[in-house]
Design a binder for this molecule. Sequence first.
Ligand code: FAD
Length: 490
Amino acid sequence: TSSTAIIGAGIGGIATAVRLAVAGHRVVVFEAQESFGGKMHQLELPGGYRFDGGPSLFTLPHLVDELFRLAGREPRDYFRYQRLDPITEYFFADGTRLTAWADEEKFAQEVEARLGTPAADVRAFLARSGRAYDATAGTFLHKSLHKAGTYLSPEVLKALAALPRLGLTNTMHQRHQAAFADPRLVQLFDRFATYNGSDPYQAPATLSMIPHLEHGIGAFYPEGGIYAIAQSLVRLARELGVEFRYREPVQEILVQGSRVTGLRTDQGSYTFDQVVSNMDVVPTYRHLLAGQPAPERTLAQPRSSSALIFYWGIGRRFPELGVHNIFFSGDYKREFEAIFQEQTVATDPTVYVNITSGHTPTDAPVGHENWFVMINVPHDQGQDWPALVARTRTAVLARLSQALGTELAPLIRAEHVWDPPGIAARTSSFGGALYGSSSNNALAAFLRHPNFSGRLKGLYFCGGSVHPGGGIPLCLLSAHIVSDLMKSET
Ligand code: FAD
């Protein structure tokens, strides 16, 4: 049997472990932290509040189900979820409120009733988003873009031919401006750029396919919260014989000639046939492969945005809020200039509030709520974070108190803060970027690091910092690509 080490128990590493164990490998996962999940972790605050620490929006759940089926298991014996309806509650700066219903037609009608934009325009936009997704997703997300074979299939040639039509030369924002006269709708759809940490004023219009994930295919809520995804997959991996070694950070990937031979931790050296790095590709090269040439151009790609999160135990219920709530800023352009040009936090940021206690009552005491309050911010480049956090906390409290018509500060019963340096420290993500490199230019998809090393045989990469990108679904797809590559090469 082939033996494979995986560095990191993030969702990409866990999914890779499952796939390789099913394929008959002996798999050992080395994790620096005390437990699995990486960005997808959970935390508890005094007073009985539980939070999902990182991701909160879950799309494409079939990618999780697929792993249980692959192992011959019934997914529902491990993991359950429901489709969210409504998906999101929007609060615009001018006081307008809008509910995004799961049903496209109902959502289009709601937009017409609240904003005055004809439902037909919304329908047409979402249909186009769906067509763009269907035309390209199979190619750009499901296969390695860095193997010649990929470019020989008719499907791929068709997708490449479609690219100019789908918009590589104009931006997402321009696409949305052409589709809608109402700036509030433009803002609503521009926000989908942040789903991979990008800037709608720079990202190519091809990314306008992202709304299809949520509005066409659906947003989902796992029973017990997002952390249940990692928990159920680790349970499966263990049943398949995968060994997890916690608190054992890998210090070096061992190389002989042009082949990887194993790895070294503070507990010793281990021999493996293959090594898969699920940690961010930048520190993988800088620290674990320090003596090897690094792909400098790839590593120098601009980072995606990071996040500033306030986890608040709130001593009241807000029936007007759902699982996902967006409080938009008054000047979106200014907000993205602050993040991506000035590398700072906007003074009037858009605020995202995720509340799971409505669906998972054990996440907060009776009559209370667990608020995950997130702002998009730049990745860490040595900014004065304590000052930015203090200033932003005041701005966020003011924005939420104004929108909800009640003073929020006195309702905060427990608090924890996670900022970009904290994200970097806990997950090794370079600069605390949430999604590896950004997709702010048309060629970004091709400039991400491949899922394998071109120089070192037996070395592979999965997770949000490499192809096809960040976010739960793409990390799961990276695991699929890695296991396919290994099958064809070993
Ligand atoms: P990571 O989660 O990055 O984990 C890497 C693991 O490697 C960590 O456990 C780390 O400890 C370990 N490690 C690092 N170095 C070493 C070493 N030397 N030795 C051993 N182990 C090591 N995605 C969505 O789909 N929806 C969302 O709503 C969403 N929101 C997000 C909000 C926040 C605040 C954050 C932080 C992320 C969000 N994301 C979201 C992105 C998503 O969480 C990530 O893309 C995904 O979880 C990354 O998984 P990964 O496989 O890349 O591994």
